[in-house]
Design a binder for this molecule. Structure first.
Ligand SMILES: CC(C)(COP(=O)(O)OP(=O)(O)OC[C@H]1O[C@@H](n2cnc3c(N)ncnc32)[C@H](O)[C@@H]1OP(=O)(O)O)[C@@H](O)C(=O)NCCC(=O)NCCS
Length: 203
């Protein structure tokens, strides 16, 4: 009876806490970020692994639903201006994740700068800590749906990563990379002066 009473009381607190959190997201989204730029739009407010970590977001960014930002004490997440993060994207940072201006991140993308350390077979994996390195995604990068980006990867400005790719090595600027593991299949080509003139004439 007593435990039932206590559980009801604490349920009440939980309800109060979640109501406060929900309303703070609606009315004061800034308090959840170290920096949050102007004109950012949230279809759903992100979930955070830990509150009040070093997460910075620039101006004019858009967030889909179900986004999870999991930032450890020594990690950071820096998102530039005009970045879109689509539904169910997951960013986990113990070392640092940077996303440049104008980049497009499609749905179900997982960006993780750390792995479980697992080398010692006689110790539980959960007791071996983590290992990893910063991830840097440049400007005007397009990441297709379902992509995984692992520790230490740098993706150059203007690169495109095909849907469902697993990126374990850095990708040069303007490359189009696909597959598991992701390999460069081509580079985005600059239009010749002649075709640029044709485009200008049509428009
Ligand atoms: C990467 C991508 C942009 C390439 O498009 P494209 O320039 O039109 O290239 P193509 O379709 O001609 O594909 C070139 C080759 O790569 C292969 N390929 C393309 N995308 C691939 C992928 N995601 N995984 C594996 N291989 C892929 C094609 O099969 C083709 O192989 P082939 O030369 O042996 O026939 C596109 O395939 C893609 O993955 N788009 C992402 C879509 C998405 O996630 N949208 C989310 C909304 S933001």
């Amino acid at each position: 009876m007593f435990y039932l009473f206590l559980s009801k009381v604490f349920k009440g607190f939980d309800f109060l806490k979640s109501t406060l959190v929900a309303n703070s997201c609606l009315f004061f989204p800034q308090i959840w970020f170290r920096a949050l730029g102007k004109n950012c739009c949230f279809q759903g407010f992100p979930r955070f692994g830990y509150a009040f970590r070093d997460i910075r977001v620039g101006n004019n960014c858009s967030f889909g639903i179900g986004i999870f930002l999991n930032c450890g004490a020594d990690g950071y997440i820096n998102i530039g201006n005009f970045v879109s993060l689509n539904d169910y994207t997951y960013i986990s940072s113990l070392y640092g994740v940077e996303i440049g201006d104008n980049s497009r991140i499609a749905e179900f993308v997982s960006i993780r700068d750390n792995d479980h350390a697992y080398a010692d077979p006689e110790t539980l994996i959960r007791n071996q800590g983590f290992q990893g390195a910063k991830i840097k995604i440049g400007s005007d990068v397009w990441i297709g749906r379902g992509v995984f980006i692992g520790k230490g990867v740098e993706i150059g400005n203007g690169a495109v990563i095909g849907a469902n790719s697993v990126v374990t090595k850095s990708i040069p600027p303007f490359a189009v990379a696909v597959g598991v593991p992701a390999k460069v299949i081509k580079y985005r080509q600059k239009k010749s002066n002649e075709s640029i003139m044709q485009c200008l004439e049509v428009t």
